[in-house]
Design a protein around this ligand. Structure first.
Ligand code: AMP
Ligand code: TRP
Length: 354
């Protein structure tokens, strides 16, 4: 997304006022990684800074598609809220809330369960990965996960959804649901959303295996950098990151077939706010023994203030709860009229009058 991230963009008098509304979500399933930060949070902040209307959601209903201990879920929800705030989300300019406090998400998801087809959901690779071999034992919620995600987005008529590469298929499904709903009911109601998958870090890879995504669920803690890691831990993980014996090449083409090296260059670029092309020019010819300390220093410089701020914020959970409550009320005010109109289109009789 380039300059379309402005709140309103009316090019001519005849063009309809086009409002950019950004929505995205992260699961409170414990621990934020450098992948979440570079692929999602950092970009959420950039969109806020560019003046778009931004709505960010802690998707607790999605988290319980796999087992969550209730006390841990509450703590992880607050910790993720602290992660958003510490990364630079300003709760007066963005709406920040947890999904379960706005009932419309689950309500619209039910309608979408009746729009989406079994065949569409059967193709979702995230379900296949998460369900593993024993699909019979996966929750129904895990299978229906993408219809809830479509509801999250379409409940606000969001137009742009910043996510990492791994969410692309879910966004395509969201588009398919919007198109089928509009077609089935003969309306032009739900927008067809634009995925915003851009920048050098849409897929941050594991530090132990450059062909695997960096993930909070990887059994090896050395495979990822957590936003809560202290400076020494960050430096040690980067020093120990798997690489190959060659020095860094002059161009990005030279990184082909070297996924670990490519990953570290991408991370460097994303942290330094430069392109991978600019990054490789800066480090061309260097050995990893020289590049890794540079990368570690930059990572500590960028991440340490965030983890410090997260820890401070976690000392006042009541303030976090207040921010989420306020965000939920503001989100609900946008969502309720859209949900009511949707029920009306579907033919649900609404007679309570409240
Ligand atoms: P999750 O933690 O799975 O809820 O993901 C939250 C957001 O972080 C989504 O937009 C993901 O696409 C993004 N994300 C997660 N892992 C990575 C990664 N390794 N690289 C880039 N983005 C990621
Ligand atoms: N499925 C996303 C993930 O695992 C999280 C998510 C839920 C989301 N609802 C969303 C992302 C709506 C963007 C928009 O990363």
């Amino acid at each position: 997304m380039t300059d379309t991230a402005q709140p309103t963009a009316t090019k001519t008098d005849t063009a309809a006022a086009f409002k950019t509304r950004v929505f995205s979500g992260i699961q409170p399933s414990g621990g934020l990684t450098l992948g979440n930060y570079l692929g999602a949070l950092k970009r959420f902040v950039e969109l806020q800074e560019r003046g778009a209307e931004t709505i960010y959601c802690i998707v607790d209903l999605h988290a319980i598609t796999v087992w969550q201990d209730p006390a841990a879920l509450r703590r992880n929800t607050r910790e993720l809220a602290a992660g958003f705030l510490a990364s630079g989300i300003d709760p007066t300019r963005s709406i920040l809330f947890n999904q379960s406090q706005v009932p419309g998400h689950a309500q619209l998801a039910w309608i979408f369960n009746c729009v989406a087809r079994m065949g569409w959901l059967n193709r979702m690779t995230q379900f296949k990965d998460k369900a593993g071999k024993n699909r019979e034992n996966a929750s129904v919620g895990l299978f229906a996960y993408p219809t809830l995600m479509a509801a999250d987005i379409l409940l606000y008529h969001a137009t742009h959804v910043p996510v990492g590469e791994d969410q692309k298929q879910h966004l395509e499904l969201t588009r398919d649901i919007a198109i089928k709903f509009n077609h089935d009911y003969g309306v032009d109601w739900f927008p067809v959303v634009e995925p915003v998958i851009e920048g050098p870090a849409t897929r941050v890879m594991s530090l132990r295996d450059g062909t695997k995504k960096m993930s909070k669920s990887d059994p090896s803690d050395m495979s990822r950098i957590n936003l809560t890691d202290d400076a020494d831990t960050i430096a040690r993980k980067i020093r120990k990151a798997r690489t190959d014996p060659e020095p860094l090449p002059e161009t990005l083409e030279g990184l082909e077939g070297r996924p670990e090296a490519r990953n570290l260059v991408n991370i460097f670029a994303a942290l330094a706010d430069i392109t991978p092309e600019q990054a490789i020019r800066q480090v061309a010819g260097k050995q990893f023994s020289e590049f890794k300390p540079m990368l570690a220093e930059l990572a500590v410089e960028r991440l340490a203030p965030i983890s410090r701020r997260m820890a401070e914020l976690m000392e006042d959970p009541a303030e976090i709860d207040r921010i989420l409550g306020d965000g939920a009320r503001r989100a609900d005010a946008i969502a309720t009229p859209i949900l009511e109109k949707t029920y009306d289109i579907v033919g649900m009789l609404r007679t309570r009058g409240d």
